[in-house]
Ligand binder design. Structure first.
Ligand code: AR6
Length: 168
């Protein structure tokens, strides 16, 4: 099944689950995390997250989506970029795989990701995009799921979508 890459706001998507680029405490933060908490209902999501943390880098947990169009939120913790020699690539790949495996285990059919770690956590955007596409692409060779990768700020990328699509 293909991976869709779109530009947009992940909080508007009506899918079985959207993925949050979370922190280890599963606390409300900025970026896509802040947008997801605001759209889901801050208090409901904070309460749901309170009992689930901490969540290690590379791991993921699931809550309801509350007021979001998406039924669930999968909170995945990506690595903070520290120059690239601290297992960042493997940990980022693991954050995608943990989310996909959690969704598959819960019987979900559709899942949308932001580009985990590529904002506040500082992972270079083009490299983060390549890790996302290859991790999701490898998973989809073995499993059936409708996966969307949401690019929020297209202008920050030097890779063209055609370059990305050839990696699927
Ligand atoms: N829809 C889709 N993508 C978005 C949206 C949106 N509404 N808003 C931002 N992005 P970031 P991180 C993109 O910083 O780097 C939080 O405080 C954004 O352009 O949200 O993993 C957490 O609580 C970027 O490409 O997440 C953590 O503490 C991508 O989402 C920390 O930040 C990820 O940027 C996580 O940092």
């Amino acid at each position: 099944m293909p991976l869709n890459i779109i530009q947009g706001d992940i909080t508007t998507l009506k899918v079985d689950a959207i993925v949050n680029a979370a922190n280890e405490d599963l606390a409300m933060g900025g970026g896509v995390c802040g947008a997801i908490f605001a759209a889901a209902g801050k208090e409901e999501l904070k309460t749901a997250c309170a009992g689930l943390g901490p969540c290690k880098v590379g791991h993921a947990v699931m809550t309801p989506g509350f007021k979001l169009p998406a039924k669930h939120v999968i909170h995945a913790v990506g690595p903070i970029w520290r120059g690239g020699k601290h297992q960042e690539e493997e940990l980022l790949r693991q954050a995608y795989l943990s989310s996909l495996q959690l969704a598959e285990g819960a019987g979900l059919a559709s899942l949308a990701f932001p580009l985990i770690s590529s904002g506040i956590y500082g992972y270079p955007k083009d490299e983060a995009l390549l890790v996302a596409v290859t991790a999701i692409g490898d998973f989809l060779k073995e499993s059936e799921m409708q996966v969307t990768l949401v690019i929020y700020d297209r202008k920050s990328f030097s890779l063209e979508p055609t370059m990305v699509y050839t990696l699927q």
